[in-house]
Design a protein around this ligand. Structure first.
Ligand code: PLP
Length: 386
């Protein structure tokens, strides 16, 4: 049996060796609580402050603009609910977002709606990009926050975040972007770009699951989600996870240092795989193909199959992929992202997401490309039989 092939880096990535080494001491002798005033505490505080500065540098931000969180989901929730709950007190009650956001955003927007917010969803064109006409329609003076993701996790499309952010600012609207899939794939610089808030997550870039950060531009007002101590200026109470903050800082630095080279490597492999698949399976439909796309995602539907059958035949060959976003696996309804860009249900439920990353090699791509046509035939048989 050939070595297994992991093509699910958009779901999660392995923890990098350097990251593991950097955080290890904080599970051992450097265990202090950063709020303690004794030497153990001071040591932990110094490590936390340094990690915050390092993450800030990676974002073009200042240290006090970085808030560590438990994950990308928490960063997204803090941005949406924190800003909206604060802004509604001054009459801004609407939230603008898009139907292709991750559930971390959509769930927070729906919660705000249940609490009385007005929800406005931008239009997304067939290529998977939010449209200018819809943001000119929806981003008005009564909006508390506009939140649009930078890179879509299912189809990889890059949203025009710098332009939309500038537009929102011109209307006096706070702008947030979920950059969980974008960090290390597009240029992010808080010093020259106008977004007010930006979410990242550690486990997509070689840090462990369970750590994220929210960039909060100085002067942006938001209410905390949790109540307790005064950690992180009261924005995020709870004893800080120093080990994971150090892990995130280390992973972020390594990712940025390699960004240009790694993006070219991934793009070349993704494009090669895509070309091979389309040549071998001419009726395959590549989602987001006509839009600008991040280099690590390939989402393709194979008519006459379904995602479950495709994943099963790939798995039997030791190839791991995803039917949509991992957070939705187990649910049989077609992806909300594909539905939003107008993909008909039968095609949407035959979607396969392959996402490339550090573990992906040319040899792996060659093997997947070689076995793909035969696997499609098998998946079609399975789909017909079921
Ligand atoms: N936003 C996007 C675009 C994602 O892809 C993910 C994870 O899949 C998240 C948010 C949630 O991040 P986390 O898993 O750290 O909560």
């Amino acid at each position: 049996m050939p070595a297994p092939i992991y093509l699910d880096h958009a779901a999660t990535t392995p923890v990098r060796e350097e990251v593991f080494e950097a955080m290890k001491p904080f599970f051992g002798p450097r265990f202090g609580n950063p709020s303690s005033t004794h030497r153990w505490g001071r040591e932990a505080r110094a490590a936390l402050d340094e990690a915050r500065e390092r993450v800030a540098r990676c974002l073009g931000a200042r240290a006090d603009e970085v808030c560590f969180t438990s994950c990308g989901t928490e960063s997204d929730n803090l941005a949406i609910l924190g800003v909206w709950r604060e802004a509604r007190t001054s009459g801004r009650n609407a939230i603008v977002s898009s139907p292709i956001e991750h559930k971390a955003i959509l769930g927070a927007v729906h919660e705000a709606k249940a609490e009385g917010a007005e929800e406005r969803m931008l239009d997304v064109d067939k290529s998977g990009t939010v449209t200018r006409e819809s943001w000119e329609r929806d981003v008005q003076g009564d909006v508390a926050i506009c939140s649009v993701m930078w890179v879509n996790n299912e189809i990889g499309t890059i949203q025009p975040v710098p332009v939309l952010s500038d537009y929102s600012k011109s209307k006096g609207v706070v702008f947030h972007t979920d950059a969980v899939q974008a960090f290390g794939k597009v240029k992010i610089d808080a010093a020259s770009q106008s977004f007010d808030l930006l979410s990242i997550s550690g486990h997509k870039i070689g840090a462990p699951k369970g750590v994220g950060a929210l960039f909060i531009r100085r002067g942006t007002k938001l209410q905390p989600l949790m109540h307790g101590g005064m950690q992180d200026r009261g924005r995020r109470p709870g004893t800080e996870n120093v080990a994971y903050a150090v892990a995130l800082a280390t992973a972020a630095e390594l990712t940025l240092a390699e960004q240009d080279k790694e993006c070219s490597r991934l793009r070349a492999m993704r494009d090669r795989l895509e070309t091979a698949i389309v040549a071998a399976v001419p009726d395959a439909v590549v989602h987001g193909r006509d839009a600008e796309r991040a280099p690590h995602v390939l989402n393709v539907s194979v008519p006459g199959t379904d995602s479950e059958s495709l994943l099963m035949v790939l798995d039997l060959q030791g190839i791991a992929a995803s039917g949509g976003s991992a957070c939705q696996s187990g649910s049989v309804s077609p992806s909300h992202v594909l539905s939003a860009i107008g993909v008909r249900p039968a095609l949407a439920s035959a979607a396969l997401r392959m996402s490339l990353g550090a573990l992906t090699t040319d040899e792996a791509i060659d093997r997947v490309a070689t076995v793909f046509p035969a696997l499609v035939n098998k998946a079609r048989q399975f789909a017909q039989a079921s």
